[in-house]
Write a protein that binds this ligand. Structure first.
Ligand code: OKP
Ligand code: ZN
Length: 343
């Protein structure tokens, strides 16, 4: 399988507000380099650079004003004389829900963010755009006939909604790739999110749409980030009712119970008959991941890849989370080898 990779990711290493303190983000450049090393060591396939795409491809999954915010946030922040990374510190909560974008950068940061986990640094926009271009380039490979392609994206994307960032995510790479195949003529596309955390951003973008089926398998939001979405009763709205499927699973879930949800989700995706499948591939479901609590083993990722291949849909794997840095390369590449049938 071909891997698409961009060195632009190195331009971004944010801070996050975690456990009451500002720390360097767990979502660090080393993550992508470890996965790339494993791709090369195992001879998974050719590694291609990302092509550049027009910003209309990003706006397709977001909005003009949100993309504009991402493009200009650092310069607006720096213009106030600040030199440290930008993080939001005030949010429009329920009774203050508003559609009016504030004029000042502090207000914009809160308006366009769900948490203090996605900092804006000087290099953030270039890295973020590069990550979306990686996903778009991989989608082109599959549209052009590849059975599978791996978008080695960083930063990740699945928490980014139409108009907000959060959870290390800015542009939703998986959603942007899904929109790309629709704009190139596909009638239906499915997104399967196997990251430990609920793909709230992808769900938000497609929630009222019948042309995109979204399934997510994740830690129960009662106890796991992002807490406010991912319950089983969330199944879509309006014309999209029945086209979202959530599988919240208990703390400590191992392969025996995980594969039941995966089989069900894949069955529903196969019944939807999409032209393409986008997999939001987070490997933070691994036993021992520092911020998650499922118990998948490295061999389980081979099984996961084989099960995804079994429904026979051309698939783009988009890298999302995974934080136990020594193991994420093995686990991501195991999934791809399982899909390719090389295991
Ligand atoms: C991104 B991805 C907050 C802890 C939660 C955010 C986790 C984001 C995960 N104090 N941190 O889905 O792997
Ligand atoms: Zn995650």
């Amino acid at each position: 399988m071909i891997t698409v990779f961009s060195t632009a990711h190195r331009l971004h290493h944010g801070s996050e507000l975690k456990d009451g303190a500002i720390k360097p983000s767990f979502e660090a450049p080393q993550r992508a380099e470890i996965v790339l090393d494993r791709v090369q060591q195992t001879g998974l396939g050719q590694v291609l650079p990302a092509q550049e795409f027009d910003r209309t491809c990003y706006v397709a999954a977001h909005s003009e004003r949100y993309v504009r915010f991402l493009e200009t946030a650092w310069s607006e922040w720096a213009a106030t004389g600040k030199t440290h990374h930008a993080l939001p510190l005030v949010w429009p909560v329920r009774d203050l829900a508003t559609d009016q974008e504030p004029g000042f950068i502090d207000g914009k940061l809160g308006f366009y963010a769900m948490d203090a986990g996605a900092a804006i640094t000087p290099g953030t926009w270039d890295a973020v755009r590069g990550s979306a271009d990686v996903a778009l380039t991989a989608m082109e490979q599959v549209i052009d006939g590849a059975k599978g392609a791996f978008a080695l994206c960083r930063p990740p994307g699945h928490h980014a909604a139409r108009e907000y960032m959060g959870g290390y995510c800015y542009l939703n790479n998986a959603a942007i790739a899904a929109e790309r195949c629709l704009s190139r003529g596909a009638e239906r596309v499915a997104v399967l999110d196997v990251d430990f955390h609920h793909g709230n951003g992808t769900q938000n973008i497609f929630y009222d749409r019948p042309d995109v089926f979204f399934a997510s398998i994740h830690g129960d939001p009662q106890v796991s980030y992002p807490y406010f979405s991912g319950h089983a009763h969330e199944q879509g709205a309006g014309a999209g009712v029945g086209f979202t499927a959530n599988y919240p699973l208990a703390k400590g879930t191992a392969w025996d119970r995980y594969q039941v949800a995966l089989k069900d989700g894949l069955g529903r995706i196969a019944a939807f008959k999409p032209a393409f499948l986008v997999v939001s591939l987070g490997v933070d479901t691994f036993e021992g991941d520092p911020i998650s609590h499922f118990k998948l083993t490295s061999d389980d990722f081979l099984r996961m890849g084989a099960m995804i291949a079994s429904i026979g849909i051309p698939t783009v794997f988009v890298m999302e989370g995974g934080y136990m840095v020594d193991e994420i390369g093995v686990n991501a590449v195991n999934t791809l080898q399982g899909f390719d049938g090389d295991s």
